[in-house]
Write a protein that binds this ligand. Structure first.
Ligand code: SAM
Length: 249
């Protein structure tokens, strides 16, 4: 099978992933954001932070959202350090974040050894306008490489701006990313290479990787979301099998 899903804590699972064994790290960690005060950040669940009162869905909470600002920076650095070790030379790291955690994420990426290469934006057209404020309509993808960029490994020209709504119909995770955005991003990994996502959630990065002909290694702490990811990954493989085999005569 071109994917492996580890159930458990990302730092623990990463320690078992061999050096230089993946081609790109593409991940969407818990942002530990979503509040103006330390109390709001550390005392509220992911559901309370990222689901508005009028949201129609009733999606399960997820863990890992209660670190204060300093410990979030240390923890993300550890995660990105282990990910760096597991990645081949010239491999890429793409890490999602929001406006509040953008400075911490760029610091953590560099402290972990990656060469910071830039920031791409994911623009969400249906985000809510806020009276007297600028609309928060983007999340960000901080990216870097392990050593020099090797343009011949991944000869792609990827955009720096992605516009797509968060999945509404068939949404299974509170902070689910659009597959169409992830399908573009996984192209930073060479065809046939392996994408690592230590915070798999519902498996969107993995689904995108499999659909684009890349392998996938994921880690997810929540049993609930690991079950969903497993189902979605199997589904993506089945579709690929169908596409390879072609329709029956
Ligand atoms: C922002 S969500 C990822 C959502 C994903 N991109 C998707 O489209 O479904 C982060 C995920 O990390 C998981 N998580 C939190 N702490 C973790 C840890 N220490 N190890 C592994 N996974 C963890 C959460 O359960 C959550 O599902």
């Amino acid at each position: 099978m071109p994917y492996t899903l580890h159930r458990g804590d990302a730092l623990t699972a990463l320690a078992g992933i061999p050096d230089n064994s993946v081609d790109a790290v593409i991940t969407d960690p818990p942002y530990n954001s979503g509040g103006r005060t330390s109390g709001e950040r550390t005392g509220r669940s992911a559901r309370a932070k990222y689901t508005s009162g009028d949201a129609e869905h009733d999606l399960a909470n997820f863990p890992g959202e209660n670190r204060d600002q300093r410990s979030y920076g240390f923890w993300l650095t550890l995660l990105l350090t282990e990910s760096y070790r597991a990645t081949v030379e010239s491999g890429a790291a793409l890490v999602f974040t929001d406006w509040r955690q953008l400075p911490t994420t760029t610091d953590a990426l560099q402290a972990a050894g990656w060469t910071w290469r830039g920031i791409a934006s994911w623009h969400k057209p249906v985000s809510r306008p806020q009276k007297g404020r600028l609309k928060q309509s983007c999340e960000y993808i901080v990216w870097g490489t392990k050593g020099p960029v090797d343009p011949d490994r991944s000869p792609v020209y990827l955009p720096g701006l992605y516009t797509a709504s968060q999945p509404r119909k068939d949404r299974v995770h509170i902070t689910q990313k659009p597959v169409e955005v992830m399908r573009e991003l996984v192209r930073i990994c060479p065809p046939g290479g392996t994408v690592l996502d230590p915070f798999t959630g519902s498996g969107t990065t993995g689904v995108a990787a499999l659909r684009e002909g890349r392998g996938f290694v994921g880690v997810e702490l929540s049993e609930h979301y690991a079950d969903i990811a497993e189902k979605r990954l199997r589904g993506a493989l089945a579709q690929d099998d169908f596409a390879l085999a072609g329709p029956e005569e």
